[in-house]
Design a protein around this ligand. Structure first.
Ligand code: FAD
Length: 310
């Protein structure tokens, strides 16, 4: 992992920097590259514009580690509103939430109850409730939460990180259940005891993990693979594998973040692939934005250019 990425991942957890940066004009301007706006209505408008081009949506309100349990009720109320806005806009939209936004740190049972209520609402609307994966201290708990929810419905999905050393084993368990899985490389700063640090190793793990989920034994009721990556080399390698194994399109989808390589998102849609764009919004964007900057050094130059412009 590069020094720049390590610094940005460290910055993502620094409250002092968050406080100052979110009040700084050029940072606010720069973040617009990845975020259509701070309000759900901005995200819905962006998704409505993408729909005719064949790109569907996932909505996520930025935030993590709420400090009081009462905030979880607001998050729950918010996502119920999001589901009704999705319906009203006539778009194919899913939702994605971090357990620590729903009170996981404060009370795991209450968090589960909120998740169950959200899952029921998603089931009623025939859409998916995605559970984001956070730092490694949450991995086991998030998988346990997913399994409990999966016992009730197939309308729940979980993000799994290819950089985690434990992932090969986790996927065997999850594949046996028939799980909806979003494979991502992993966005947090983790020690080498739990996560692979070398990019080439993470890329290979990513390919191997997706290939594993596309095996016949993973093709069970409720199974779906989301390939959440902007890595076009990996996407092409996986598309070649899909072609070779003649895998049905109903078994997989691609997912990319709003504002990142939009031409590729549109190209995948034109080629008849199922593709979703994850649209993030909300006021608590600093940690998420630092993680995005860390993923591509060129993004840092984009911020620096804005400093001089503005
Ligand atoms: C839909 C979706 C959901 C996600 N959910 C989670 C989650 O729940 N938990 C989690 O830990 N992580 C999540 N992530 C983030 C993920 O773990 C990676 O940190 C992120 O996707 C970057 O890795 P990459 O696969 O795109 O590959 P990389 O090797 O980082 O990048 C491949 C290429 O894509 C381009 N690229 C990548 N990122 C950017 C960027 N920010 N700006 C511009 N270009 C870029 C670059 O050209 C780069 O060369 C999610 C990602 C996506 C797409």
């Amino acid at each position: 992992m590069s020094v720049m990425r390590k610094v940005l991942l460290w910055a993502s957890t620094n409250a002092w920097l968050r406080e100052r940066a979110t009040r700084t004009h050029f940072v606010r301007i720069s973040v617009r590259k990845f975020m259509p706006g701070e309000h759900i209505e901005d995200a819905i408008t962006a998704a409505v514009a993408l729909k005719p081009q064949g790109v569907n949506a996932i909505f996520t309100k930025l935030g993590e580690n709420i400090s009081q349990l009462s905030e979880a009720q607001d998050v729950y109320d918010h996502y119920i509103k999001v589901l009704s806005l999705i319906k009203g806009a006539g778009i194919d939209g899913e939702i994605s939430i971090k357990p620590t936004q729903l009170g996981y740190d404060q009370d795991k049972e209450i968090c589960f109850d909120y998740c169950m209520k959200i899952l029921n609402a998603c089931e009623a609307q025939n859409t998916l409730f995605w559970i984001d994966m956070e730092g490694s201290i949450y991995t086991q708990g998030t998988i346990d939460l997913f399994k409990r929810l999966r016992a009730h419905s197939t309308k729940v999905g979980i993000a799994i990180q290819a950089y985690m050393i434990r992932t090969d084993k986790d996927l065997d368990d999850l594949a046996a259940l028939g799980s909806t899985i979003r494979m991502v490389k992993g966005a947090y700063l983790e020690p080498p005891t739990v996560a692979f640090a070398e990019k080439s190793k993470v890329d290979e793990q990513y390919y191997k993990n997706c290939a594993r989920l596309l095996q016949d034994d993973a093709n069970r009721p409720g199974a779906l693979l989301h390939m959440g990556t902007h890595d076009t080399i990996l996407q092409d390698r996986l598309l070649a594998l899909i072609k070779e194994r003649q895998i049905d399109k109903s078994r997989y989808e691609f997912a990319m973040l709003y504002g990142i390589n939009t031409p590729r998102q549109l190209e995948l849609a034109r080629r008849g692939e199922r593709i979703r764009c994850l649209v993030a919004y909300g006021e608590y964007w600093f940690p998420w934005y630092m993680r995005r900057l860390g993923e591509r050094p060129a993004n840092v130059w984009f911020v620096i250019k804005n400093i001089f412009k503005g």
